[in-house]
Design a binder for this molecule. Structure first.
Ligand code: NAD
Length: 444
């Protein structure tokens, strides 16, 4: 009995032990499961945490990208606005240019092949040259203007741009020129003292080398050539009025010599080519000429006085005002040049208006022609080598060309004043400057 109860006790103990082992095992499994779940939960949170942490960075990137895009859009808009402004500016410029180009050219006569000449005008964009071009064009000729625009302006001839009879060549006549022409009006040379004194060597070259080039061209193509000489070949004359036979009184080393002597050599060259090379030459000795398209900073008496009168400034007379000048209106001069070219007279011819005025009188005439002018007339220091008397003897022109000036001083001045008034209205002045402050040097 005892032995049996001992046997049961052993069995129960073993079973109990086994149950305990099983329980421990189950507990261990349960613990591992719980741990696994806790770890996986923790892992999820870290990912979430990372996502959470990265959120502001992404926003920052998005913000930066947006800012970059805004900047690009802004600069593109600015570029477009700039381009639009530029286009508008160019459109305005084109409109102005279109306005300047006449839809209809001035009336031009039709000339047949045999009558129509090819005429070269050197200095054709200048004051006298452009008026000459107008007449030659309206007569129906083919006109070629050659100019280096030193004192000339395209504006003087722009009303012919595009016309089938008109051509313009930007060229300095100090260099040779090879073109075809039937007639040459050789006018290229600065004409007013401030311009020709600005570069005296160039003035001499233009009147000597340039004239040789034009005479050479005339010889090559068999053209008739007219040389624009000047009353300055008489210098400060000792004979009054000056006939063509007067040889002059020129200071060869004075401030005006580059022009005076340059023109004297030009005349000598013309007659040398005529004698030696049989070139058909005409020589016009031009006296003071005035009119629209004169250079406003010409610095000579007409432009100076008119500009001063129009701006109510003191009209300045250099010297005592008793020196005399005679002034020819530009259309009269052009008629004279055309008549001379057409004539068979080959010696020099004076072209000018013999009506003589003292500079003092002239100042008063201009003052009285400008309505409401409040200018006073004052005298200044005399200018070196300023000729005291100037008046053409035009008997040769009257006899050989049947030419004499027609336009009265009053009419001519009135037209010139209107032109200068228009020029003044185009100019912008700063700090109370006047035209004289900007441009003008003393010369009568
Ligand atoms: N206007 C006058 O009162 C007057 C008086 C006497 C003589 N002239 C003579 O008449 C001619 C015309 O005078 P203007 O009053 O018309 O003068 P301007 O200055 O208005 O015209 C001269 C023209 O010649 C051009 N020119 C100058 N040097 C040149 C060069 N090396 N090559 C090409 N072109 C050149 C200028 O650009 C200008 O278009 C000149 O020869 C001048 O000496 C004029």
């Amino acid at each position: 009995m005892i032995r049996q109860s001992l046997k049961y006790r052993k069995t129960i103990t073993v079973i109990g032990f086994l149950c305990l082992l099983l329980l421990v095992y189950l507990l261990l499994i349960l613990k591992r499961d719980i741990n696994d779940k806790v770890t996986s939960h923790q892992r999820l949170s870290k990912k979430e945490e990372r996502i959470f942490e990265s959120e502001p960075k992404r926003e920052k990137h998005v913000k930066l990208a947006k800012m970059e895009l805004d900047k690009n859009i802004h600069s593109t808009i600015k570029e477009l606005q700039d381009a639009k402004a530029r286009i508008e500016h160019l459109e305005k410029k084109i409109a102005i240019l279109e306005g300047r180009i006449p839809e209809k050219y001035p009336d031009v006569k039709y000339l047949g092949y045999k009558e129509r000449k090819r005429i070269l005008v050197t200095g054709g964009a200048g004051f006298v040259g452009s008026h000459l071009v107008d007449v030659l064009m309206t007569q129906g000729h083919e006109v070629i203007v050659v100019d280096n625009f030193f004192t000339g302006r395209k504006r003087n001839v722009e009303h012919w741009f595009g016309h089938r009879n008109f051509e313009m060549i930007h060229h300095d006549i100090v260099n040779p020129l090879y073109i075809e022409a039937d007639e040459i009006y050789h006018l290229a040379s600065p004409a007013s003292p401030p311009h020709y004194m600005q570069n005296p060597v160039k003035t001499i070259k233009t009147n000597t080398v340039g004239t040789i080039n034009m005479l050479g061209l005339a010889r090559r193509v068999g053209a008739k050539i007219l040389i624009a000489s000047t009353s300055e070949v008489y210098g400060d004359p000792m004979v009054h009025p000056q006939p063509e036979s007067y040889w002059g009184h020129v200071n060869p080393i004075g401030p005006r010599a580059c022009y005076d002597e340059g023109k004297r050599v030009a005349e000598t060259l013309a007659y040398s080519y005529a004698k030696q090379e049989n070139v058909s030459v005409r020589v016009a000795r031009i006296f003071n000429t005035y009119g629209p398209r004169m250079h406003v900073s010409d610095g000579r008496v007409v432009s100076n006085f008119i500009m001063q009168a129009l701006q109510n400034l003191t009209i300045t007379v250099y010297g005592n005002g008793k020196q005399t000048r005679s002034f020819c209106y530009v259309s009269d001069l052009v008629d004279g040049l055309l008549s001379l070219m057409a004539s068979s007279y080959t010696l020099p011819v004076n072209l000018g208006n013999p009506v003589e005025h003292t500079i003092e009188e002239f100042a008063m005439i201009i003052k009285n022609l400008v309505p409401g002018c409040r200018s006073t007339v004052a005298t200044g220091a005399a200018v070196e080598d300023d000729p005291q008397r100037r008046r053409p003897d035009i008997a040769v022109a009257e006899a050989n060309l049947r030419w004499s000036p027609k336009v009265t001083l009053k009419d001519g001045l009135q037209r010139t004043i209107d032109y200068f008034r228009e020029e003044l209205s185009r100019t912008t002045f700063y700090n109370n400057q006047t035209y004289m402050d900007i441009n003008v040097k003393p010369h009568n």
